[in-house]
Design a protein around this ligand. Sequence first.
Ligand code: XUL
Length: 556
Amino acid sequence: MEGAEYASDMREGEVLSDPESAVADKPKPMAFEEKDAVYLGFDFSTQQVKALAIDCNLKVICEASVLFDRELPEFRTHGGVNHGADSLTATAPAIMWVKALDMLMDKLRVNGLDFSRVAALSGAGQQHGSVFWRTGAGATLRALQPDQFLHQQLESAFSVRNSPVWMDSSTAEQCRRLEEYVGGPQKLADITGSRAYERFTGNQISKLHQVNPEAYKNTERISLVSSFGASLFLCEYAGIDLSDGSGMNLLDIRKHDWDQHCLDACAPGLRSRLGAPLASAARWLGAVGPFWVERYGLEPECGVVGFTGDNPASLAGLRLRPGDLALSLGTSDTVFACLERPQPALQGHIFVSPASADRYMALICFKNGSLTREKYRDLCADGSWDTFNQLLATAPSGNLGNLGIYWGEQEISPRGVGTHRRDPEGRPVEAFDKHTELRAVVEGQLLAKRAHAERLGFEIGPETRVLATGGASKNLALLQIAADVFNSSVYTHDVANSACLGAAYLARLGRARQAAGDTSFEAVTAAAEPFQLACRPRPDAQQRYAALEAEVAGAQ
Ligand code: XUL
């Protein structure tokens, strides 16, 4: 029977009966006066589910969150995740996310949200995680009863109880096979925006099909965490958003369709299980299901806009425009950039942009971020950021040609480990004095970010803005070096919950487009608070860093 089922797999170009295809016939959402409208953004993140509501002036009017470990202890997660004995597998129970949503909605109500004002909602999900819906679950979604909790009704909706999440790294074998099948890692990156990564969903599905073919066979639909969230609100399966779908190693990021070769390499019958990807960014999917109207008092016209990944939603929350780059300086450092002409490479990722499908975003994760800066603060500056900054100031920018790479942890971009110091002639050296060391740590990290971003197609121009977020964005000495390295002004903006906020912006964008056609993201977020200028590049910055830049690019 399995063979017959696989033979019916749909091919490229074939029309799927997806809830989205019915959207065009639905009435335009005119039921709310814009001045009263509220937009809700959810974030199904790793450790918690959060939501915030904004009004028509983009002011946050209500927030709530549910922390998995603390508020749902029965699932025994650590940081929202269950780690396998092999230390490679990482999963989370999909039903835990459902139960958390039941609780979150009640908290929003208690916190005073008037659900009848919500004109549209959207959301973000931790990227790459997958939800496997058991055969028949679509019918259950359509028949949700408002007098019961969601989690009571969806208890047996999943063919795989524990959903693989982004921290999983158990699919090295599947990654190797996929790259081989499509003609090598760069070929796969050219199609899907990334070489094969263990956490990417195609490889996770491939593993599931191999180790648990029965569960795969009993699966009628596979969602990302994002489209799973949208499906709950729509009470029907929602398509996968193009931006979040770019984190699967399955989507052709230029054709906006699944790549048949990649599907074939991962598992049979995959196209029909994934459904058609959404046709545009911030896609209006239709109205919330009757469950939400009757249980929470949402209006029947309240719209669901395609949910996206947490990183794309953060890019929207930070309101990056083409030519901008965001530096998120946290435990690990992340670079986001908004691109028009992407060049997929062997490091970093290219995703379709969350706000307009003809643009792209680059995402590069660096494992050695704050922990490295803190380690050298402790070693060279007695644990004091003030001393750290004073020492930084005593070494000139460009560090007289001295350069360091500090990968205390196995680095992701690029793969590597160890500490490497070079003198101005490029000779390896064992140690630097304190001020040279600290400058080498900071300049090395920032130059690597510039090299990786440029390799993915990021072009620094006169209009480029670097937006710094995260703990280290409070450090002005560090931001000045960022301004000099990127030869661009650096801005800061305290955006708490950028993914939730971005999702709320996308909800507003989706509704505006549905009502009035081609509205831009910039237009619907124009009222948001502007960024604050932190530092301008010094006039000779470019010249000071030119030689080092070339050297760092060669070492990455
Ligand atoms: C990005 C990634 C993580 C998750 C975290 O590729 O794996 O940032 O999205 O939620």
